[in-house]
Design a protein around this ligand. Structure first.
Ligand SMILES: Nc1ncnc2c1ncn2[C@@H]1O[C@H](COP(=O)(O)OP(=O)(O)OP(=O)(O)O)[C@@H](O)[C@H]1O
Ligand SMILES: [Mg+2]
Length: 277
């Protein structure tokens, strides 16, 4: 985006409005071309990195299964660590390719009416076994209104899954995570609340940027790359929505996502009785 100052400088160089409009058109076209070249570049790099990584992962998996022959205990541990890190690297590459596509607008979003209750209920069922290992209860408020939003269900499921897995990662054992749905005028909103430690004040302002993580013992144990919320924001904004949080040290965090409500289906036309004039 050009700043107002840059625009006035260009205008000062032009003889008339027509000249200004032509130059602005050229700049816009050039910018689009650059954006496309950047997306192509990232996607090529992504493929170039993914191909050898797949081969490395295949080899490591053969070693872990001791196909070439038995491994000493120490070597087995080293192979396990290499596998864990290769998975992290693969996720990182996928994140970057995905983010680039979302931010450049080249990711296709398949918009359709999505029933928030059904999508959240499904996500909670998928994550319950993971939460149950630490005696964390996942509750979807049954009195929530049935709201349908206009969204890409797969992308929205990706957002919900990151918010829920963050809530689980940072919740103490024997606590509860509550999900609530609300209708607010022309938007539908869901909120995910945990009883965890809260977001440290020093990272709150930057939380949705890449690689931002707390520097706490809880965090080191939870792991993570600090990219999930950055992707969530890109997806939610790509869906014309907004994402934000409220947090309090020691008493928990709530993430809210608001999206445009789906336009209701037009009421079916009353059936015409052919006999009546
Ligand atoms: N519910 C929460 N309670 C406390 N801290 C949180 C919560 N959600 C996010 N955070 C903080 O925000 C950071 C960024 O979250 P984000 O989802 O972007 O990355 P991550 O979970 O660390 O890794 P990943 O890339 O695998 O999602 C977390 O590492 C944590 O420090
Ligand atoms: Mg995360």
């Amino acid at each position: 985006m050009l700043t107002e100052r840059q625009r006035s400088r260009i205008r000062a160089c032009c003889k008339d409005e027509q000249g200004f409009a032509t130059i602005m058109e050229i700049i816009q076209a050039e910018r689009k071309e650059l954006e496309r070249a950047k997306t192509d570049f990232f996607s090529e790099i992504g493929h170039e990195l993914r191909t050898p990584l797949t081969t490395i992962q295949g080899t490591l998996s053969l070693l872990a299964r001791e196909v070439p022959g038995p491994l000493p205990q120490r070597a087995r541990e080293m192979v396990e660590r290499a596998i864990e890190n290769s998975i992290k690297l693969r996720d990182l590459i996928n994140y970057f390719i995905d983010l680039q596509r979302l931010q450049s607008g080249s990711a296709e979003l398949r918009l359709q009416p999505v029933d928030l209750y059904r999508l959240l209920d499904q996500a909670l069922s998928n994550l319950r076994p993971f939460a149950a290992r630490r005696q964390i209860r996942l509750i979807l408020d049954e009195d929530s209104p049935r709201v349908r939003v206009e969204a890409d269900p797969d992308r929205l499921a990706q957002v919900i899954s990151n918010l829920l897995s963050n809530a689980i990662k940072f919740s103490p054992s024997n606590s509860t995570i509550t999900v609530q749905i609300d209708r607010c005028g022309a938007t539908g909103r869901f909120s995910i609340s945990d009883q965890g430690p809260g977001i440290p004040p020093e990272i709150q302002q930057r939380l949705f940027r890449r690689f931002v993580k707390a520097n706490t013992a809880d965090q080191r144990q939870a792991g993570g790359s600090g990219l999930g919320l950055n992707i969530c924001k890109a997806i939610v904004e790509g869906l014309d929505g907004r994402i934000w949080f409220t947090t309090a040290a020691g008493s928990g965090t709530t993430f809210h996502v608001e999206l445009p409500a789906a336009t209701p289906h037009p009421a079916p036309a009353p059936e015409q009785d052919e006999a009546t004039p």
